[in-house]
Ligand binder design. Structure first.
Ligand SMILES: Cc1cc2nc3c(=O)[nH]c(=O)nc-3n(C[C@H](O)[C@H](O)[C@H](O)COP(=O)(O)OP(=O)(O)OC[C@H]3O[C@@H](n4cnc5c(N)ncnc54)[C@H](O)[C@@H]3O)c2cc1C
Ligand code: SF4
Length: 512
């Protein structure tokens, strides 16, 4: 045995679990295909991030039609939290139940909000969550205030906040995982820059899984990390009930490891791909796949970017992403369409440089003018689990992501409602763009948890129904995605699984 627990992947799920198991008597080995993300000035260069996509994998996946695309996902210590926008929201209580949407029903979770609530508290502490309770009418109960005060609005954004309130809406300070100390700016690790959302943080002040989970975990002698090792296959015992070896490819060639418990946390697409690639005589359709649910029910949100332009109001906002709006989360406000529309939040500032990187044909001077006159939004609507939205592998092992958006009318209405709100608060020109299949940032659902082994892959503690010692602790486990960003929930569930593992390993379970 190389360890008591092997964790494959160091992102929101794997990283958080490692910290949860650190400082115990358990030997924990993290296996990560990427490396520590190197700190260079290009971390904060829009051209490197959005045009050259220097921090995304160069892999090509295939869509349903077989067209290759470069997925918006990166392989680093800390996983995709290295690039995330740091919005850390809890799911609403209702998000754990079956909710009727215009496009169908969401799938109820096998646990309730109360099961996750203490872990949401802890995840907010670990990840420096800043926010203000009591402003968002849909927010679930919490045991106390956020660990850190809300991130303040800059003047142009404060004006938008006030205008939204005057319009009768309930904007709130967006909960953010950044290590910012506004009371003592001179000592604040975060310098409140305009290159956060989508960028790695050059000064290591983002509440990402490297800073908030992996480094604290590695401070304990019971946790070790091996980078640059891509896991290619999990091998089960002859009776198919246990994982006996984890096989990977590194710079030194093939390597194999074993542990009492193996936790897969490679992200929803890669974890499903790895389970499918690990088919054997005992698991002919792929590991843990007797239900035929592995890889299915992929969800990623219906996402759009909306740029609202006010030609007569120039501003110099730096850190823009401070407002959230959930007034259309539960329903549209229109009795003829009594369904949820989704969640709205500000984006990181779309500066001239960002716009130029995304749209090289736009002249720089026009991009700069646009950046000084726009306020930029991110709109998400819940998509629903559909068996046909799925991850599969080609004969050569390439990932195919077959995804057809559903619940589209709700998203179209969210865009239309928000466009009309923005026009009425002084932004006459609105530009929006839907995110395509390559935008896999919010990937979840491909190994969902549940009580019924015929309908789910994992049990409510994320253990594979079919294998005693295999857990999956990344976004895969979610049976429904809700409309808020997923990472805080992945972190909270990883902590919950961590407590469960500690208790069972202490009892001597999975002894070999
Ligand atoms: C640009 C961007 C902005 C985002 N903004 C937000 C936001 O504001 N709020 C929010 O909540 N979420 C946001 N997200 C999403 C968030 O980052 C993810 O939900 C979260 O990181 C998923 O956690 P995970 O553990 O499932 O996977 P990941 O964090 O992706 O971790 C998976 C890990 O597994 C490793 N890995 C993969 N395959 C293998 C293999 N075969 N062998 C070994 N290791 C492997 C990867 O390198 C990675 O370290 C954003 C994502 C992106 C890309
Ligand atoms: S805003 Fe703060 S956390 Fe975000 S990249 Fe800039 S310095 Fe880092």
């Amino acid at each position: 045995m190389d360890a008591d627990v092997i964790i494959i992947g160091t992102g929101a799920g794997g990283g958080t679990l490692a910290r949860s198991l650190s400082g115990t008597g358990l030997k924990v080995l993290l296996l990560e295909r990427g490396d520590f993300l190197r700190r260079t000035k290009s971390n904060w260069e829009p051209d490197a991030v959005f045009h050259r996509r220097a921090y995304h994998t160069a892999e090509r996946w295939l869509d349903r039609q077989g067209t290759p695309f470069q997925p918006v996902t990166g392989y680093h210590v800390g996983g995709n939290t290295k690039l995330f926008g740091a919005a850390v929201l809890r799911r609403r209580e209702r998000d754990f139940t079956t909710v009727r949407h215009a496009g169908g029903e969401s799938v109820a979770w096998p646990i309730q909000y109360a099961d996750l609530a203490p872990f949401y508290d802890l995840a907010e502490q670990w990840y420096f969550a800043h926010g203000q309770r009591g402003e968002d009418p849909t927010e679930p109960p919490a045991s106390g205030p956020f660990p850190y005060p809300p991130v303040s609005h800059e003047s142009a954004i404060e004006a938008v906040f006030r205008r939204l309130q005057a319009f009768g809406l309930h904007p709130f300070h967006l909960p953010l995982a950044i290590h910012l100390d506004e009371a003592r700016y001179f000592a604040s690790p975060c310098i409140r820059c305009d290159t956060c959302d989508g960028f790695p943080c050059l000064v290591q002040a983002k509440g990402d899984a490297e800073n908030c989970a992996i480094r604290p975990a590695l401070a304990h002698t019971n946790v070790s990390l091996k980078t640059g090792l891509r896991i290619t296959r999990l091998q089960s015992s002859a009776d198919g009930r246990r994982i006996v070896a984890v096989h990977g490819e590194g710079e030194q060639g093939p390597e194999s490891f074993s542990a009492r418990v193996v936790v897969l946390a490679a992200g929803a697409v890669n974890s499903a791909a790895l389970l499918l690639a690990s088919a054997s005589d005992a698991h002919p359709r792929g590991l843990a796949n007797s239900s035929d649910q592995v890889g299915r029910n992929y969800m990623c949100h219906l996402n759009s970017v909306m740029l609202a332009l006010s030609p007569w109001r120039s501003h110099s906002t730096i850190f823009q992403k401070t407002i959230g709006v959930n007034d259309f989360y539960y329903d549209s406000g229109d009795s003829r369409f009594p369904y949820p529309l989704g969640h709205i939040q500000l984006l990181g500032k779309v500066t001239g440089a960002v716009l130029k990187a995304e749209r090289p044909a736009v002249p720089r001077v026009a991009a700069d003018w646009f950046g000084r006159h726009s306020v930029d939004w991110w709109l998400t609507t819940e998509d629903l689990a559909r068996p046909d939205n799925r991850v599969t592998l080609t004969n050569t092992g390439q990932i195919r992501l077959s995804y057809t958006p559903n619940n589209v009318e709700a998203h179209t209405r969210l865009l239309s409602v928000w466009r009309s709100v923005l026009r009425r608060i002084g932004f006459p020109f609105i530009f929006s763009q839907r995110i395509g299949v390559d935008g896999v940032a919010h990937q979840v659902g491909t190994a969902r948890f549940g009580e019924d082994p015929a309908q789910s892959v994992l049990d409510p503690y994320c253990r594979a129904h079919a294998l005693d010692n295999l857990f999956v602790v990344d976004g895969s486990f979610m049976p429904s995605i809700a409309a808020v960003n997923p990472s805080l929930t992945i972190m909270a569930q990883a902590q919950r699984v961590g407590e469960y593992l500690k208790a069972r390993l202490a009892q001597g379970d999975w002894r070999v």
